[in-house]
Structure formats: structure tokens, C-alpha cells
Design a protein around this ligand. Structure first.
Ligand code: SF4
Length: 381
């Protein structure tokens, strides 16, 4: 058992597990927001080491999982434009659009020029290397990846590049946490917040969330020990009937975050409402290009193409037989209302090789974590 091995190999982990057992007297449900943290928790079996009644559920912090299908649909439409180069992070290549079987890999197989990039600066190099061809970057992710996109936008504008545009689908994590809490059915009694977002954004937004919703929020790192320490801090608050913001990742997260990165975000982006996959439209849940950077907005530049494609897709969809109901529980999983092991398709109809939903595609997706570490589903109530 992976979790037992981890505990035996790490005395501090074992001590934290014991401290949790001694502290926890009642059932509590906490959510780790970040998909990277989910993978550590599932991989190390931390959730299986917790005292009875203490439950960890997985949140919407997988950027690929929450990117709305509309962005994929628009990226797919752009790949049909002659000469256009569509750039994307690798995980997005296999995420389905709103129609089953449509993804960027299929678009590439059909002749679209889809390029995998690991950094927005590669997009800049591509645009410079192909000045006669339009280059579009599908920019996704939270506040952790948005600064790199902002830097790309600044450099593109400074260089006067006339062939580079951004399909800007960035999302903001704290509004999503607030949206979850606003749901009366939300089971979350406290959050482990992602340390890397805090490293950029600081802690002010999280403090406001605690003030509004009176739930403990603990900023956490990413190792098993860091996660258990944060969990112990959250449970200690819950047992005492308290709700504070605590920072258990102070070696990386400063209250003001990274001022240079925050200034860059504020210069390039404005906060907008945004549809999330599985969660609906979240108020203030996204980032859009603000003037003068909005001249790089691919939706503005290719708006008529995208509108025509959307209309054609709708017509084609209407001509088809009604789609089969999907077994995919991605929306419920991203809201912490279900586990991957609750899905009837898990490991059968849905695998990383043949994913039905984004949480099985993404390297940060909860379904991918369960499939990697627990291919035989383990339920824990
Ligand atoms: S296992 Fe597949 S079908 Fe089921 S919720 Fe996860 S992604 Fe969706």
C-alpha cells in the first residue's frame, strides 16, 4: 500500500497523521483545490491515512479540466483556416470540444497546423519565423500561467508583430472557490489553497474569502508533509469553531505575492465573468485582454470565422441523432460532489487512452490521478 510505505518512510508524515488522529473528533470535509495537490494526495495515499470521518475531496484546480468547451470549439474552428498555426499546451490537445471526438489532435490529423508548446515564448518565436502566417496561442490556466501569457502579449505588442493573437481563456481560482461555497449543497467545510497561486497573487483574496464565508482556508505546499501540516491546521481550526486564513507555505507565499507578476497581470488583463467547464459561468472568474493588448484578441480578429463555425456546428448537430447521455461526472467531481471512482465509466469506457472527459485527459485531473494510482477504484466514505 503506497500510503503505508510513505508513512513508514517519513517519520514527520507519521507524526502528522498521529496528530490528526488526536485532533479530529468529528467528521469534517475539506477540499484541496489544486489538481497537482490531488495527485500527491492520491499518489501517496494520504486520504487513506486520515482518521475516520475526515474526508478530503478534490476541487476545480485543474486548468485543463475547467477550460470551457467553447474555447476548444473556437480553437478547432481556427485550425480550419488555411495557413493558420494554432499553438497549445500539450494537455489541451486531447481535451474534447463540445462534440464527442473533436479535439486538437484530431484537428491536426485532419490537416490543421497544431503545434505543442511548453512556453508562450515559443509562440513568439513561431510568429517571428512565419511572418506571413497567422499564429494563435490558446492561452489557458490560472494565475500561475497567466503572467507568462501577459509577458507574451507585452513582447508581441512591443515588437509590433502583426500575425500573433491570443485565444485568452485564463481563469481565476478564488472566484471559483467562492462559487462553490455559494452552492447550498457544497460539502466543503474548509480549503487547502494552492501555494503556487498564492506565490503570485498573495493572500488578500483568500482573506476576503474567509471573511465572507467563514470557512478555514490554509495555504499549502505540495509535498505529503506540507499537505498534512496544512490539513492539521485546518482541522485544528474546525475543531475550535474558528475560521482563519493560515499560511503553511510561508517560505514561498508572501502576503503580497509577487508584485512584479501582479503588476504585469493588471497591465495586460482585466477581470471578467467566465464560463468554466462543469461549473457554469463564474463571476469575475476569468481574465481577458485589456486595451491596448486587446488588439491581440483572437476572438476580435477572427470573430466572423468563429461565428460562422459555431452556426455550422449547431446546424450539423441538429441534423444528427440526439447524443447519448454521457456518464461523465466531471462537473460533480470538479465541485467536490463526486469522486472519480463514483463514475460508471471510470477505467472502462473512460481511460487516459480513450478519455470521455477532461479530468481523465489532464495530467492534473482527478480521474487521471485515480487511474494512475488506483486503477481498481477505492471508495472511502
Ligand atoms: S472517469 Fe471519465 S467519464 Fe468518468 S468523470 Fe472522469 S473523465 Fe468523466
Amino acid at each position: 500500500m503506497i500510503g503505508a510505505d510513505a508513512a513508514a518512510a517519513a517519520p514527520r508524515v507519521r507524526a502528522l497523521v498521529a496528530a490528526l488522529a488526536a485532533t479530529c473528533t468529528r467528521p469534517w470535509t475539506l477540499m484541496e483545490v489544486c489538481g497537482g495537490q490531488t495527485h500527491v494526495i492520491v499518489g501517496a495515499g494520504l486520504d487513506q491515512l486520515l482518521p475516520p470521518g475526515l474526508r478530503l475531496i478534490h476541487g476545480p484546480g485543474c486548468p485543463v479540466c475547467v477550460t470551457g468547451a467553447v474555447w476548444l470549439d473556437q480553437a478547432l474552428a481556427l485550425t480550419r483556416l488555411p495557413g493558420l498555426i494554432l499553438c497549445s499546451y500539450g494537455d489541451m490537445l486531447r481535451v474534447p470540444g463540445s462534440s464527442v471526438g473533436t479535439d486538437l489532435l484530431a484537428a491536426r490529423a485532419a490537416g490543421g497546423d497544431v503545434r505543442l508548446v511548453t512556453s508562450p515564448l515559443q509562440v513568439l518565436a513561431l510568429a517571428r519565423a512565419h511572418p506571413q502566417r497567422p499564429v494563435v496561442f490558446l492561452a489557458v490556466g490560472f494565475e500561475t500561467t497567466a503572467p507568462a501569457t501577459a509577458l507574451l502579449a507585452r513582447q508581441a505588442l512591443t515588437a509590433g508583430l502583426a500575425n500573433l493573437w491570443l485565444l485568452c481563456a485564463h481563469v481565476r481560482v478564488v472566484p471559483a472557490m467562492a462559487a462553490l461555497l455559494a452552492d447550498p449543497a457544497c460539502p466543503v467545510q474548509g480549503f487547502l489553497a494552492a501555494g503556487h497561486v498564492g506565490a503570485v497573487m498573495g493572500t488578500a483574496e483568500l482573506a476576503a474569502l474567509v471573511d465572507r464565508w467563514r470557512r478555514p482556508v490554509v495555504v499549502s505546499g505540495f509535498t505529503p508533509e506540507e499537505l498534512l501540516r496544512a490539513l492539521l491546521a485546518a482541522v485544528t481550526q474546525l475543531e475550535a469553531g474558528q475560521a482563519h486564513l493560515a499560511n503553511c507555505y510561508g517560505q514561498v507565499v508572501r502576503p503580497a505575492g509577487n508584485p512584479a507578476a501582479r503588476d504585469l497581470l493588471a497591465e495586460v488583463f482585466e477581470v471578467v465573468d467566465r464560463p468554466w467547464r462543469g461549473l457554469g459561468t463564474i463571476a469575475a472568474g476569468g481574465l481577458a485582454l485589456r486595451p491596448p493588448y486587446d488588439c491581440l484578441d483572437a476572438q476580435r480578429r477572427f470573430g466572423s470565422v468563429l461565428a460562422t463555425a459555431a452556426a455550422a456546428d449547431a446546424t450539423a448537430g441538429a441534423a444528427l441523432a440526439p447524443p447519448q447521455p454521457s456518464p461523465c461526472l466531471a462537473g460533480s467531481i470538479l465541485q467536490g460532489k463526486a469522486l472519480p471512482s463514483d463514475c460508471s465509466a471510470f477505467g472502462g469506457a473512460c481511460t487516459p487512452e480513450r478519455p470521455l472527459g477532461a479530468p481523465m485527459v489532464s495530467s492534473e485531473g482527478a480521474c487521471a490521478a485515480y487511474h494512475r494510482y488506483r486503477p481498481v477504484a477505492v471508495h472511502r466514505s
